[in-house]
Design a protein around this ligand. Structure first.
Ligand SMILES: Cc1cc2nc3c(=O)[nH]c(=O)nc-3n(C[C@H](O)[C@H](O)[C@H](O)COP(=O)(O)OP(=O)(O)OC[C@H]3O[C@@H](n4cnc5c(N)ncnc54)[C@H](O)[C@@H]3O)c2cc1C
Length: 435
């Protein structure tokens, strides 16, 4: 029966009734081989923890390597959604930093009028890492740790959910889409031109020293050029990534990317070399009462775990993977574990996304202004992640207004996901204006 229900005021589902979900709570036997489908951060975090606890672990990866949906791009493990810092979080999980790992405590944010504002943080608001099938990426680092711990990783092997104890297969349907380019920059050429407006803003900000202009952490907030999302230019330690992430009008991703890139190039005069790598990838977000089905625990984006505000899923992936492992080791209910650590957080991120989109470009300008005025951006961003009484009240309203009815590809079962009809309506963009 297709219907929407509110379960204790917490969860609205599309699909079947909430009561049905409770029958699927995991009861995987506590002994024997553990099979994990997917060698992304969620699957590998689970594998590392289980193997270190002495469990026999087999990870099946559909592709010939880890991280193949990424291109060596710079991504960030966000540090503001929890009071625990990213290094402390990784230490607690027992994950070593055998990958590129660099603190982010500054950035430049731009609004739709190209006003540049410098952001500073007393403690890092996140840590940059690389993703992909190459050395020093998070993916290769986690793979090495899983193998060293004794897990067997089998490549080119696809598992169906009913063959796995842990399903870590990543996103199944696009709730957000990104196009990215990544290229290498030599130490001398890595400097991109800086317009006087940027310099004025930076140098007039007396609270902080001017950042090294050979490196950039730029984020462009403009619903016209990246509807519902943002675009970004990161240049750090000789690697550049330009990306455009959107949550609406997916068919036009190339056009949004081209417009966003041209706008950034008009500001900074940088070139993208012909050998730059290009990638497209999508992300999942949905809410559920149970992330278990027929004894399998769903983790990471396969379970819709994601910070919906900015589409950041790595911390969720590592957390949910570790909780699935813990539920097996300690013979605990995985659904109870993730609900207590991630449940409220996901609801808050849905409300944040609603606010992000509802405020339009005016709201984004305010966000950029407030972020730059904050003495500590980490503290400011933490405020967004905090579950407040008014966000808890707003959450069921957003779920009702944005609710998708009928079939979709999200797994593992009854859940709430967003209707496409509620996405931002955006006017067509004209021709790309090159500098
Ligand atoms: C362009 C882009 C930029 C992003 N930037 C950030 C960022 O800066 N910070 C952040 O926190 N998040 C970011 N994200 C999101 C983040 O990358 C994901 O949330 C994270 O990778 C999810 O990890 P996962 O383990 O759930 O899935 P994945 O990383 O997708 O891994 C799933 C793995 O499972 C494999 N697989 C699939 N099906 C099967 C099967 N049936 N059997 C076996 N194996 C299978 C896949 O090949 C894949 O290797 C970004 C996403 C995109 C697309």
């Amino acid at each position: 029966m297709v219907s929407a229900v509110i379960d204790n005021g917490r969860e609205a589902y599309c699909g079947i009734r909430a009561e049905t979900a409770r029958y699927h709570t995991a009861t995987v036997p506590n002994r024997g081989l553990i099979r994990i489908a997917g060698a992304g951060p969620s699957g590998l975090a689970a594998a590392i923890i289980l193997a270190r606890a002495g469990r026999e672990v087999e990870v099946h990866e559909a592709k010939g390597d880890v991280g193949t949906r990424f291109i060596g791009d710079l991504q960030i493990i966000e540090g503001a959604s929890e009071s625990e810092s990213v290094p402390a979080f990784l230490d607690r999980l027992g994950i070593e930093r055998n990958f590129y790992f660099r603190a982010a405590d500054w950035a430049t944010f731009y609004d739709h009028k190209n006003a540049a504002r410098v952001i500073r943080s007393k403690q890092p608001y996140g840590w940059f890492i690389h993703r992909g099938a190459e050395e020093r990426t998070l993916d290769r680092g986690l793979l090495a740790q899983a193998q060293r711990a004794g897990a067997t990783v089998i490549f080119n092997s696809r598992l169906a959910p009913d063959q796995a104890d842990i399903v870590a297969t990543g996103p199944a349907s696009p709730d957000g889409l990104a196009k990215e380019m990544t290229w290498h920059v030599g130490p001398r050429e890595s400097g991109v031109g800086t317009r006087s407006s940027d310099r004025d803003q930076q140098s007039s900000d007396t609270r902080h020293p001017t950042p090294d202009t050979r490196e950039r952490i730029d984020v462009y907030f403009n619903h016209k050029l990246s509807p519902g999302g943002y675009s970004y230019l990161f240049i750090l330690d000789g690697v550049a990534t330009f990306g455009c992430a959107i949550v609406a009008d997916f068919k036009q991703i190339d056009s949004y990317f081209d417009h966003s890139l041209a706008a950034a190039q008009r500001l900074h005069h940088f070139d993208v070399p012909a050998d730059a790598r290009t990638g497209y990838s999508y992300m999942n977000f949905h809410l559920k009462h149970a992330a278990t089905s027929n004894g399998a625990r769903f983790v990471g984006e396969a379970a819709g775990f994601q910070d919906y505000l900015f589409g950041l899923g790595i911390r969720y992936a590592l957390t949910s993977g570790s909780l699935a492992a813990r539920s097996i080791i300690e013979d605990r209910d995985y659904d109870e574990l993730w609900r207590s650590e991630l449940g409220a957080k996901q609801q808050t991120s849905l409300v944040n996304r609603f606010l992000y989109e509802s405020g339009g470009n005016f709201g984004l300008s305010m966000f950029v202004r407030q972020a730059s005025r904050a003495k500590d951006f980490h503290h400011y961003l933490s405020g967004w992640h905090r579950t407040t009484w008014w966000k808890s009240l707003l959450s069921p309203v957003v779920r009702r207004v944005w609710k998708h009815e009928g079939r979709c590809q999200h797994k593992p079962g009854p859940h709430w996901c967003r209707s496409r009809d509620t996405h931002l309506q955006v006017p067509p963009l004209g021709p790309v204006q090159k500098r």
